[in-house]
Design a protein around this ligand. Structure first.
Ligand SMILES: [Zn+2]
Length: 267
């Protein structure tokens, strides 16, 4: 049966968890193959945890553990690759709440310990009362295309230095939005910086939450305007124009990069 995940809108200290999502560094610790949550468990209830929502109607808590002996261990990205909507929501939400708690343990203004605020996800300084909400970092991700007609269309895809060894796929250009910049300006700057290509008419398509560690990916299509490919070698090792029926290995279906490529092909 497909379960639903309904996130809480803030901490509820009175809610007792019945299920546990247990994450480690880059992985999920789970009780059995294919079973992702632990049922009420003495071991985890003694540890630092946060109730984050309801999964299948039951309150679910998230906790970070360094090690769980005899647990199954699956990389977070492999869990997301299952494309189980409720599980993806639960995991993305849980990871970002844990990141926010870890990053805001101390006040950035006065250095005093922060506490979780009931009814919100904010951490509040116990001395100066400064309030720290979970950080969400907007990024742009863009499929650049050129060609007069649909039959002649080519798309610009690049390969990252950090992916070349373990996961050599070609993907779309992406980067963080800078302070003071609109998303559209970010698209134009980022493509120029990374590939030397000037683009125009960025068109927003859709967005995706990406909890590594707290990105909100804003997906665009943009048209080629001018320039030759000149890669930023610090980040990229390959980049080229590809015809739609001769695409290289590209990212899997759960990624926004792939959704941008698929949307363009189907348009
Ligand atoms: Zn403070």
């Amino acid at each position: 049966m497909t379960q639903m995940y309904k996130p809480l809108m803030g901490r509820n200290p009175d809610l007792q968890p019945e299920l546990w999502l247990v994450v480690g560094k880059g992985c999920v610790f789970h009780p059995q193959p294919g079973q992702w949550l632990w049922c009420n468990n003495q071991l985890f209830s003694e540890c630092n945890h946060v109730v984050i929502g309801h999964y299948g109607g039951k309150p679910v808590a998230v906790t970070f553990q360094k090690d769980v002996p005899e647990a199954e261990q699956t990389p977070v990205r492999s869990v997301l690759a299952l494309q189980d909507e409720a599980l993806t929501l639960l995991l993305s939400h849980g990871l970002q709440i844990l990141t926010a708690e870890r990053d805001h343990r101390y006040c950035g203004r006065c250095g005093t310990r922060c506490e979780g605020k009931a009814g919100e996800w904010a951490m509040v300084c116990s001395r100066c009362k400064a309030c720290y909400y979970p950080r969400i970092s907007p990024c742009i991700i863009v499929l650049v295309h050129r060609g007069a007609t649909h039959d002649q269309q080519e798309v610009l895809l690049v390969m990252h230095n950090r992916h070349v060894r373990d996961n050599p796929v070609f993907t779309t250009v992406a980067g963080f939005i800078e302070p003071g910049e609109s998303a559209e300006e970010g698209v134009i700057r980022e493509v120029l910086e990374e590939t030397g290509i000037k683009v125009k008419n960025p068109k927003y398509c859709f967005s995706q939450n990406w909890p590594f560690p707290h990105s909100l990916m804003l997906g665009f299509h943009a048209e080629y305007e001018s320039g030759e490919i000149q890669l930023d070698n610090k980040e990229l090792c390959q980049g080229d124009w590809f015809e739609l029926d001769k695409l290289p290995p590209i990212p899997p279906g759960f990624t926004i990069a792939r959704k941008l490529i698929d949307k363009f092909i189907q348009s």
